[in-house]
Write a protein that binds this ligand. Structure first.
Ligand code: SF4
Length: 383
């Protein structure tokens, strides 16, 4: 297959098989640029099917660059709640402010210039420049790496940047002969739908004719990817502190991971500490409270990119002190039914969901759990 026939085959396949996605709708240029910007930032480290409902909600609430540039942090975090990697939302907000202040709300189309905006790196700039503006810049994401290491029989470790750089330059000559937006999206779509990591659907693949992996039965060997480093697991303890039927929540500092999100006060269990001791220490350091730690309510698990956490929630009774934001930047007493107005990390939402489910199906609890959760429910829901 020469350059032209590779492009022809894959574009023909894309025309007939592409998914209908909200950012692929027929839109005005201005809308299209904004939709591509938002979707590409959301798609960083997140799969298409996860992004779709978040994207739709975001666009409904924040329909254009000007609205995004003016949004306050609370609303922004609420729109991003649950999608993770919250620095993406902050960078997107900053990028919108730069675009409105310095570019008259017009996105630059240039690959290099786009990389000067907050949160837009090499990959995202390539995607925006090609998909929104038809610039001939190849996008090399995980899907593209998989398709072409198999297609060309490349055995270099795809964790190494040299492979991405090599493919970027190799694909430059192909994209010049095609419609850049469709070319990039077609390869990514082929990787997502056909050339999947396990059991690729080679029989219906537009690249089958000249594919090295298909011809040599090497699909399972490619791409070569060295094992990921094992991520540590942290045990974190949080307190369910209730006063006057309201729950105490604390806001994380902006410069920390999950910055600006609200959470139940607490923190990491240090070595040689019991969960109860850790919780007493953390609540003193974070919100200036002396507490008596009661029964454990629930433990939930959550995985972040560089570590995993086991989050243990305990009922806590204030013994002494008035809550003050010390290591937290802000604290609030909130009725359980009003929690939805605040943005929380996914692990904390799992605790709230558990409480809500237990409220609905209280008969499923054992007696110890029953007493603890009843305590919380009675006090949280009684206004
Ligand atoms: S023929 Fe199979 S291995 Fe080759 S690119 Fe297509 S799906 Fe991937």
């Amino acid at each position: 297959m020469n350059n032209q026939s590779i492009s022809k085959e894959i574009l023909y396949w894309y025309d007939n098989n592409k998914r209908i996605l909200p950012w692929r709708k027929h839109l005005s240029n201005k809308q299209k640029e904004y939709f591509i910007l938002v979707s590409e930032i959301m798609l960083q480290q997140t799969q298409v099917k996860t992004v779709i409902p978040y994207f739709n909600n975001f666009i409904k609430k924040i329909p254009n660059l000007k609205a995004l540039s003016k949004i306050n942090d609370k609303k922004l975090m609420k729109c991003w709640e649950g999608l993770g990697y919250y620095s993406r939302a902050r960078n997107l907000h900053k990028a919108a402010q730069v675009l409105v202040d310095s570019y008259h709300a017009v996105m630059p189309s240039d690959f290099e210039e786009l990389q000067c905006l907050p949160g837009i790196g090499f990959y995202t700039a390539a995607a925006i420049s090609s998909i929104a503006f038809e610039k001939p810049v190849p996008v090399v994401d995980g899907n593209v790496l998989r398709v072409f290491t198999r297609f060309w029989g490349i055995y270099d470790d795809i964790r190494h940047n040299q492979v991405k750089t090599m493919l970027f330059h190799k694909l430059e000559s192909y994209i010049k002969e095609a419609k850049p937006s469709d070319f990039n999206q077609a390869i990514m779509e082929c990787g997502a739908l056909i050339c999947q990591p396990q059991s690729p659907s080679c029989m219906v693949c537009p690249l089958q004719q000249d594919c090295f992996a298909y011809a040599n039965h090497k699909q399972a060997e490619l791409p070569v990817k060295s094992p990921a480093k094992t991520v540590p697991t942290l045990d974190v303890v949080v307190g369910v502190v209730i006063h006057d039927n309201q729950l105490l929540i604390a806001k994380r500092p902006d410069d920390k991971m999950l910055g600006g999100l609200w959470e139940l006060p607490g923190g990491k269990i240090e070595s040689k500490e019991s969960p109860e001791q850790a919780l007493q220490r953390e609540l003193k350091e974070e919100v200036n409270l002396d507490v008596c730690v009661g029964k454990k309510l629930v433990s939930v698990k959550h995985a972040y990119s560089h570590f995993k956490i086991n989050l243990h929630a305990y009922e806590c009774e204030i013994i002494r002190g008035i809550p003050v934001a010390l290591s937290a930047i802000e604290i609030k007493w909130v009725f359980f039914d009003d929690l939805k107005q605040y943005a929380f990390p996914k692990a904390t939402i799992k605790i709230f969901d558990w409480i809500a489910v237990k409220k609905k199906y209280s008969f499923e609890m054992d007696s110890k759990e029953q007493i603890a959760i009843n305590n919380v429910l009675e006090r949280c829901y009684k206004k």
